[in-house]
Design a binder for this molecule. Structure first.
Ligand code: RIB
Ligand code: CA
Length: 305
């Protein structure tokens, strides 16, 4: 059993990754969710995870994180995730509230108390950058950071960079230079493990969780449909799947450096194979990845009736 904190900016794909982790509660002990500005403002993404928790009837503590990157300005992405950050599902406003403690102060508290904690980072790395700059000694208490982020051969937000790293490159540099074991799932691994648009139709069935996922894809797939793609990437699913079964991926070891600035290069991840404790996922077994995702949603349909 691995103690896990999920750092997230839900975000359609964040929610699908979180659902998959929830289905594997015997392998991943979810301690908390820490939100951060990224896909939308930190208030909107915090509201989204609270809405989903209430919809499922679960009570994992939620800590509201940093509302702006360490240096750059926040850049919400309504074209990908809508004005709410999770357009599509119609869920009631949550009665639940986030905890009083900020995400960074929560990380400090839990890492001083717990032994090895794994962080699954599905968003810009601002919370972790602030944490490690304020309390660098806590890096030893982090078992690993499994993150969705980075690009090896072309970006999705500028020519070279992936959104999560681009949004806060200064924070990403602190994380990658911290000595913590980082497992990076870049765009290439996400593309390799993509879901076929035809496969998304399987969620159009009875089941509270299937209905939520169907509504999420209803909005999320617009982007692919408008471009006549036959598939779309559930980006944030990849680091969760890696922690469940490393053999789903082809990975390489080495060191990742972060470029901080430049119109085409802000947030670029430069991977040098060989020395270093960064693991970069370079390919994925698409069918095997999707089976774990589909089985997870089926299991949650039975659990949350
Ligand atoms: O580039 C993909 C990443 O940006 C994912 O984490 C998605 O949720 C968005 O935050
Ligand atoms: Ca995300």
């Amino acid at each position: 059993m691995r103690k896990v904190i999920i750092d997230t900016d839900p975000g359609h794909d964040d929610i699908m990754a979180i659902l998959t982790a929830l289905a594997h509660s015997s392998e991943l002990e979810l301690l908390s969710f820490c939100t951060v500005a990224g896909n939308q403002t930190v208030d909107k993404v915090t509201n989204n995870i609270l809405k989903v928790e209430e919809y499922l009837g679960i009570n994992i503590p939620v800590y509201r994180g940093e509302e702006r990157p360490m240096v750059k300005d926040p850049q919400p992405q309504p074209q990908a995730h809508g004005e709410t950050g999770m357009d599509g599902p119609i869920l009631p406003e949550p009665l639940k509230k986030a905890e009083e403690l900020s995400a960074v102060e929560y990380y400090k508290q839990i890492l001083e108390k717990e032994d090895k904690v794994t962080i699954i980072a599905l968003a810009p790395l601002t919370n972790l950058g602030v944490l490690l700059s304020r309390y660098p000694h806590l890096s030893e208490k982090i078992e690993a950071i499994a993150l969705m982020g980075g690009a090896l051969d072309g970006g999705n937000i500028n020519k070279c960079a992936e959104f999560n790293i681009w949004h806060d490159p200064e924070a990403a540099k602190i994380v990658f230079d911290s000595g913590i074991r980082v497992i990076m799932a870049p765009l290439e691994a996400c593309y390799a493990g993509a879901i076929l648009l035809s496969e998304t139709e399987r969620f159009r069935k009875e089941g509270r969780v299937s209905k939520l996922v169907d509504d999420l894809f209803g909005f999320y797939c617009r982007y692919a449909i408008e471009r006549n793609w036959d598939r779309t990437s559930v980006f944030d699913l990849m680091p969760v799947l890696y922690l469940l079964d490393e053999d789903l991926f082809v990975s390489e070891k080495g060191k990742v450096d972060i470029i901080l600035d430049g119109e085409d290069t802000q947030g670029q991840t430069v991977f040098t194979k060989g020395e270093g404790n960064h693991i970069v996922l370079v390919d994925a077994d698409r069918e095997a990845c999707m089976k774990i995702f589909f089985d997870a949603i089926d299991l949650l349909d039975r659990r949350y009736q």
